[in-house]
Write a new protein. Structure first.
Length: 491
C-alpha cells in the first residue's frame, strides 16, 4: 500500500489489527514523508527516527500478545511535552539542549497504549502566540494555500507543528496544548480537528507550564473520532498533578455515535462580533442548520461578559506566565550566558534566552502582579473570570452544548500580524472563554472560504461532558462532509 499515511487513525488501527501492514511499515512511511516535507513545512524540530523504528518493532511484537488501544500508531508530540531522553525546549532558546530524564504523564499514557513517537513538533515559544512565528526554530508553514498563490500561510499557533503535521500526513495525529486557543485555532486553520478537554481531564505533569490555571493538553487529529480515540488515551487522573481530576475517562469514541436528536444547542449572541467576515457568519448559520437537521433544538443564549474575556485572558495568562518562567535562570538547566556575578548571569541569560513575545508577556505579567497594580488588574481580572464562568454555568442550565465559529478568520499570511500584538491576540476571541471557564471545546473543519482555505466551527460543552461535545461535533462533521485536502506542493 502506498498511501498508508493518508489513513485516519481509526483506519490505520484497523489495518494494523488485520495485519494489512505492520507498525514498522507505517512508521517508515511517515518518516519518509517527514524527510520530504520538513524542509518546506518545518513542522518537526526533532525527528526521532531510530526511536520510532524501535518502538514500532516492539509494537509489532506486542501485537501477538496484548495490543493496546493505540498499538503501532505513529504520533507527533508538541515540543512542550517532556520526553525522556529526547530534547525538549518549548521552542525557546532558554532551554538550550535540555533533555528531560522523565516523561510527561500524557505522553507516557500514549506509549503505555502502544503508540509510536515520530518526533517533537514545532510551536510558538512557550506556547505564546497564534501563528507559530515566535518559535526559536522559525515558523511552521500551513500546507494549505490561497487558490494558486504561493504565499506562505501560518498554520496558527501555538500548536502549529501539530496542526501542519496532521494536515500534511506527517503523523496520524498529534499532542497539543491549549491555554487560550492553541489547539482549536491551529486546527481551524488547517482543516483538522482539535479538542481542548475540561481543565483537569489531562495531567499537566511534565508539560512545560505557561499559565497553569488555563493550560490543558489535547489532541489534534484528522477526524472527530480520531480525536476521541487519542483523548481517551491521553486523559486520566494523575496524582502527580494536583489539578488533575479524580474521575473515570469515558469512552469518547462511543460518544461520537450518539444521536443529538432532542439536544438543545445554544447560540451566544455576543459571539456575533462587529466586523465579523460574512463567510464566518455564513459558516455559523450553516452549522446551526446542520444541527437542526440532525434533530437538535437551537436556543439563543447570552454570555454577557464575553467582551471582557480577551482583556481578562491577557492579564491572567501573562501573570501566571511571569511567575512560571521565573524558574529559567540559567543555573540548573538549559542555556546560560555567564555574567560578572550571579545577578548579571541571570539578566544576561534571560535577555538572550527569551524571545520578544515572551519578554513582553513577562513584563505585562510582572506589572499586573506588582504591589501597586495587583488590585486594579490581576484581582479585577480574576473577578471578571468568575463572571465569565458564571455566564456559562447559567447557559448550561438551558442548553447541552454551545455552537460558535472557531476563529474570526481563515489562516493569514506569515508576517501579516506579527508586528501588531493586539491584532494577533484577537485571533483568540472565540477560544479564550472556554479556558477561562475550564470547559471543553472542540474545533472541526466545516467549509472552505472563497480562496479555498478551511474554516472551523467550535462546540463548547459542560465541564466533564466531552461526550456531548463529541456527539455534536460528529453530527456536524457528518453533515459538513468536509473532504477537501491541501494539494501537495511541499514534497
Ligand atoms: N494565542 C494565545 C496566546 O498567545 C493562546 C496560546 C495558547 O493557547 N497556548 O496566549
Amino acid at each position: 500500500m502506498s498511501d498508508l499515511t493518508a489513513l485516519t487513525l481509526k483506519s490505520a488501527l484497523d489495518g494494523l489489527e488485520k495485519k494489512q501492514f505492520s507498525s514498522l511499515e507505517l512508521t517508515n512511511a511517515f518518516l519518509a514523508n517527514i524527510e520530504a516535507a520538513n524542509p518546506r513545512l518545518n513542522a518537526y524540530v526533532v525527528v526521532t527516527a531510530e526511536k520510532a523504528r524501535a518502538m514500532a518493532k516492539a509494537s509489532d511484537k506486542r501485537r501477538k500478545k496484548n495490543p493496546g488501544p493505540l498499538e503501532g500508531a505513529p504520533l507527533g508530540i508538541k515540543d512542550l511535552f517532556c520526553t525522556e531522553g529526547v530534547r525538549t525546549t518549548a521552542c525557546s532558546n532558554i532551554l538550550g539542549e535540555f533533555t528531560p530524564t522523565y516523561e510527561s504523564s500524557v505522553t507516557a499514557n500514549l506509549w503505555r497504549d502502544g503508540a509510536v513517537m515520530l518526533g517533537k513538533l514545532n510551536m510558538d515559544e512557550f506556547a505564546m502566540g497564534s501563528s507559530n512565528e515566535t518559535s526559536r526554530f522559525g515558523p511552521v508553514i500551513n500546507p494549505w494555500r490561497r487558490g494558486n498563490e504561493d504565499t506562505n500561510l501560518t498554520p496558527g499557533g501555538s500548536s502549529g507543528g501539530s496542526a501542519t503535521a496532521t494536515a500534511a500526513d506527517l503523523c496520524l495525529g498529534a499532542t497539543a496544548t491549549d491555554t487560550g486557543g492553541s489547539i482549536r485555532q491551529p486546527a481551524a486553520f488547517t482543516g483538522t480537528v482539535g479538542v481542548k478537554p475540561t481543565y483537569g481531564r489531562c495531567s499537566r505533569w511534565g508539560i512545560v507550564a505557561f499559565a497553569s490555571s488555563l493550560d490543558q493538553a489535547g489532541p489534534i487529529a484528522k477526524t472527530v473520532e480520531d480525536a476521541a480515540i487519542l483523548l481517551r488515551s491521553m486523559a486520566g487522573h494523575d496524582p502527580k498533578d494536583s489539578t488533575s481530576l479524580p474521575v473515570e475517562t469515558p469512552d469518547f469514541q462511543q460518544a461520537c455515535g450518539r444521536s443529538i436528536r432532542g439536544l438543545t444547542i445554544g447560540v451566544p449572541e455576543e459571539y456575533r462580533m462587529d466586523g465579523m467576515p460574512k463567510e464566518i457568519e455564513d459558516l455559523w448559520a450553516q452549522g446551526i442548520e446542520w444541527a437542526k437537521a440532525a434533530g437538535a433544538k437551537i436556543k439563543a443564549i447570552s454570555l454577557k461578559h464575553t467582551k471582557y474575556a480577551l482583556p481578562c485572558y491577557y492579564i491572567v495568562a501573562p501573570a501566571e506566565a511571569s511567575s512560571n518562567l521565573a524558574r529559567y535562570d540559567g543555573m540548573r538547566y538549559g542555556a546560560r550566558v555567564q555574567g560578572k556575578d550571579l545577578a548579571d548571569s541571570y539578566e544576561k541569560t534571560r535577555a538572550a534566552g527569551f524571545g520578544a513575545e515572551v519578554q513582553r508577556r513577562i513584563l505585562i505579567g510582572t506589572y499586573v502582579l506588582s504591589a501597586g497594580y495587583y488590585d486594579a488588574y490581576y484581582l479585577r481580572a480574576q473577578k471578571v473570570r468568575a463572571r465569565i464562568a458564571e455566564d456559562f454555568r447559567a447557559a448550561f442550565e438551558e442548553v447541552d452544548a454551545i455552537l460558535t465559529p472557531a476563529t474570526p478568520s481563515a489562516a493569514f499570511a506569515l508576517g501579516e500580524k506579527s508586528g501588531d500584538p493586539v491584532s494577533m491576540y484577537l485571533n483568540d476571541i472565540f477560544t479564550v472563554t472556554a479556558n477561562l471557564a475550564g470547559l471543553p471545546g472542540l474545533a472541526l473543519p466545516a467549509a472552505l472560504d472563497k480562496k479555498g482555505l478551511p474554516l472551523g466551527l467550535q462546540v463548547i460543552g459542560k465541564a466533564l461532558d466531552e461526550e456531548t461535545v463529541f456527539a455534536v461535533a460528529a453530527a456536524l462533521e457528518k453533515a459538513a462532509d468536509f473532504k477537501a485536502r491541501p494539494t501537495n506542493w511541499w514534497s
